[in-house]
Unconditional design. Sequence first.
Length: 137
Amino acid sequence: MNRATFGGSAPTIRPGGGVLDESKPLFIAVAEQIEEGILDATYVEDEPVPSTNELAAFLRINPATAGKGLNRLVDAGVLVKRRGVGMFVAPGAVELLRRRRREAFTRTYLVPLLREAARLDIPPHELVQMITKEASR
């Protein structure tokens, strides 16, 4: 079991964790923090994540809120429930999260970039050169 992120009676959600993004609903922030932990290998596939009560105690939030965040990840196929044992990172969760993040990256950044490049008459090959130049800095 990967419980190295737990410190005594108060679990550490992940390195640098414990602070939730208050600009969004708490249950979403809980889910996103667990997702980050999966992507940075704090939580690995087929290993447990903190329980609802551990999350609630550490983050000082209502257990129902913590549970809602975890269940959101179960519904998304990122976590699996094992009756009587807890919640575990689902096999393939890392790739699933990466794929979803890439899709969001495309919608959020690439589509607007390409629209603006078209407005400025920047051809694709020139845009690639600009990106390559910036990436090498």
